[in-house]
Design a binder for this molecule. Structure first.
Ligand SMILES: [Zn+2]
Ligand SMILES: [Zn+2]
Length: 283
């Protein structure tokens, strides 16, 4: 892609815990019955056999929530993007006659993707989460897989159950027949360790990007992660335990990292003290 001139000024690394406040079901890719009676197993680390939260699930859900917020702000005239708010039809997308925000068909779902670099660089969603396709705009965020915390891994070693089987009955609307299925889900209370890395590539945008990240995390807490959200599954809560800035000099060995936050803090707490926490200019 021409016009690409990538720089990096440093990285902001957020770590902490994600707690499953209610049972959590992130399905394995192949939903095969492995253990007797369970129709829908949760995804597990193939090495440890323990459930985890794939970084792609976390990132995808946060992206989707930020897309809806951005579309709404576009509608209210609070932001300026070369899109009209709303959804294009699949036909409009095929005919390339679509200027609305949700503009890319993925199967039956329409999502948002900026198609050129100059649009993507001004788009709160694509700048943070990237845009595949024509613009190939790289994501500013890396979201690692969130593994069970050591504490919960130890509980599991001591024989505590980390997942449970929960039977849900779906009623067929046509035949009224009950169709019970057994979901495996991570028990309420279980905690995972997350790591999110933000690449500081533009000194005028990092602040907006980090605020948008916190917004997406907060939106996720009041939404759900994984399946069966309408049945109450998947409420999660973040505790940010550390935020660290690593300037370029950290990587070349000339400078140390700067710890910006070392006390466990909720997302809204970090937002409230944003300006004190993120004093990273002049590096
Ligand atoms: Zn599933
Ligand atoms: Zn975009």
């Amino acid at each position: 892609m021409s016009g690409m001139n990538r720089r990096i000024y440093g990285k902001v690394i957020l770590t902490g815990k994600i707690k499953a406040v209610t049972g959590l079901h992130i399905g394995a890719q192949k939903e095969v019955s492995e253990i007797g009676g369970i129709d829908n197993p949760v995804i597990k680390n193939p090495v440890t056999g323990l459930p985890y939260i794939p970084g792609s699930s976390l990132k995808g859900k946060m992206r989707g929530l930020l897309e809806i917020l951005t579309n709404t702000r576009l509608e209210k005239g609070e932001i300026n993007l070369p899109y009209e708010p709303g959804y294009c039809t699949v036909k409009e997308i095929k005919d390339k006659k679509c200027r609305r925000f949700f503009n890319k068909a993925v199967g039956k779902v329409v999502i948002h993707v900026c198609n050129d670099h100059n649009t993507a660089i001004n788009c709160p969603v694509c700048r943070l989460f990237g845009a595949s396709g024509n613009s190939n705009f790289p994501s500013g965020l890396i979201v690692r897989d969130a593994e069970l915390t050591k504490e919960w891994e130890n509980r599991w070693r001591d024989g505590e159950q980390i997942t449970e089987a929960k039977t849900e009955v779906a009623i067929d609307r046509v035949t009224s027949a009950a169709n019970p299925r057994t979901n495996e889900r991570v028990v309420a209370g279980a905690e995972f360790h997350f790591e999110i890395i933000y690449n500081v590539e533009d000194l005028t945008q990092w602040e907006d990007d980090l605020r948008n990240l916190l917004t997406a995390m907060k939106l996720l807490e009041d939404s759900y992660l994984g399946g069966s959200g309408s049945r109450g599954y998947g409420k999660v809560e973040f505790t940010i335990e550390s935020i660290t800035f690593r300037p370029l000099g950290y990587y070349t060995g000339e400078e140390g990292e700067r710890v910006l936050l070392k006390m466990p803090t909720k997302v809204e707490g970090v937002r409230e003290s944003f300006d004190e926490v993120f004093k990273i200019e002049g590096g």
